[in-house]
Design a binder for this molecule. Structure first.
Ligand code: GAR
Length: 197
């Protein structure tokens, strides 16, 4: 059995990419990250990938702030296929994935989201939880479908909300849990797909 080959898409700091790399390095996860793509040219995730010796490329969305144009998605799907990717991991990727990538990687795209889905889909989910006044939130790894944060849940972790939490403290505590469950979720998916774990 061979190790699963992962492609990561992200727009930000890449702490979840780092968590996957750390889990691989410490043998908690049998996997190889073969390509990292970002729609943000100076995103830290690209630097983290380069530091780890992983090919890292900027996805040019041609000035579209939020849209992920179909032709660009086709290009991204081609890059992932060329790199021999088995599983696509979204790690803070802020554009909606549509058919060109979904079709090529059906049931093979997963995402980490900072809430207990189906609660608080969309942007800044930790702020949504604070604004709603709930006492508990968390994070979710789920399969990606056509919707926004709607696919089948793979793993979740709960995070209590403290009375003195602000958005920074809450997001930091959620991220600590994200870094634990994302490698575990990849391991579960890899096992289900028949790769070495
Ligand atoms: C993470 O908290 C992730 O859950 C969130 O972006 C952050 C990326 O952090 N994703 C979403 O909100 C997706 N809807 P990172 O770049 O340090 O991994």
């Amino acid at each position: 059995m061979r190790k699963i080959r992962i492609g990561v898409l992200g727009s930000g700091s890449g702490s979840n990419l780092q968590a996957l790399l750390d889990a691989i390095r410490s043998d908690l996860l049998q996997a190889e990250i073969v390509l990292v793509l970002s729609d943000v040219a100076d995103a830290r995730i690209l630097q983290r990938a380069k530091d780890a010796g992983i090919p890292a490329e900027w996805i040019d969305c041609f000035g579209n702030k939020n849209r992920f144009p179909e032709a660009v998605q086709q290009h991204v799907a081609d890059r992932l296929v060329d790199a021999g990717v088995d599983l696509v991991c979204l790690a803070g990727f802020m554009r909606l994935i549509k058919s060109p990538i979904l079709q090529r990687f059906s049931e093979r795209i997963i995402n980490i989201h900072p809430s207990l889905l189906p609660h608080f889909p969309g942007l800044e989910a930790w702020k949504q939880a604070l604004d709603a006044g709930v006492t508990e939130t968390g994070c979710t790894v789920h399969f990606v479908d056509e919707g926004m944060d709607t696919g089948t849940v793979i793993l979740q972790a709960k995070v209590p909300i403290h009375s003195d939490d602000d958005s920074l403290s809450l997001h930091q505590r959620i991220q600590q849990q994200e870094h634990l469950i994302y490698p575990q979720a990849v391991r579960l998916v890899a096992a289900r797909l028949g790769f070495a774990v």
